[in-house]
Design a protein around this ligand. Sequence first.
Ligand code: ASP
Length: 316
Amino acid sequence: MKRLAAIALAASICAAAQAADGPFAIAVHGGAGAMTRASLAPERESVLRAALTEALETGRRVLAEGGSSLDAVTAAVRVLEDSPHFNAGKGAVFTSEGTNELDASIMDGATLRAGAVAGVATVKNPIEAARAVMERSRHVLLAGKGADRFAKEQGLAIVDPSYFRTEERWRQFQRAKDEAKLGTVGAVALDKAGNLAAATSTGGIAGKRIGRVGDSPIIGAGTWAENESVAVSATGTGETFLRVAAAHDIAALVKYRGLAPRKAADGVLAKVAALGGQGGVIVLDRSGEPVFAFNTEAMYRGFAIGPARPQVMVFR
Ligand code: ASP
């Protein structure tokens, strides 16, 4: 009996060691939209590319050291939240009343644990609040004042709401320019142990009504991760992504219909487009090959597979 147990234990340690040395990869996005080569100034493009590269390097370092995909997506999204150039964390777009309300969500593909916050106004890094909801509460989604209070109780960094205001966004707000809609951020990752995770963070849609919640903090719409299928983070007109349960639908097409992630992503984006929506998704399965799909002119995006140098792309 004892010998059998010892053999079983040795076999499972062996399997874990093997799994812990599997392929690893991370992909990120920084929003999708209608910008053209002509409308994106070269200086701005290089700043955005540098931030995406830093996010990828940060997430990849976590994975290379044997860290979890959850830690990798959290770290990558935090970098983009701290950059004033994306519509997440610092640099978030304004509501119709000139305030900032931020949303974020995260999901663990190994356990289907998930956490999210909607409409927070004082949490420096909403992705950390989402993670805290997942790990330190018995809930999945906290909204508004309750979410802000929870983050404070959990010892997360709290800021004055004015922290999120950047001059650039404020000027865009006053001009009500389309460009202000861009810049939601997200990440998907596969760690060496074979676990997938996804995370998304946004300021929402520029000029949104107070209290409006889009797809980004909704598990199954803006974010999904499931080891058996894929990890997904979406960006775009949130209302349409909500109506087709975009992230979950991609996973379901992979899982139940056996579609390749690219086909599943294209199919769901076609449904989004049929409802008048625009945007894109990043998708990763356990092969570690990221898929990017978008029906806009451009999507800020990038990936890093294993030790190879991160690649960042903007246009088609
Ligand atoms: N999906 C986000 C929202 O609707 C916005 C975006 O991705 O640009 O809040």
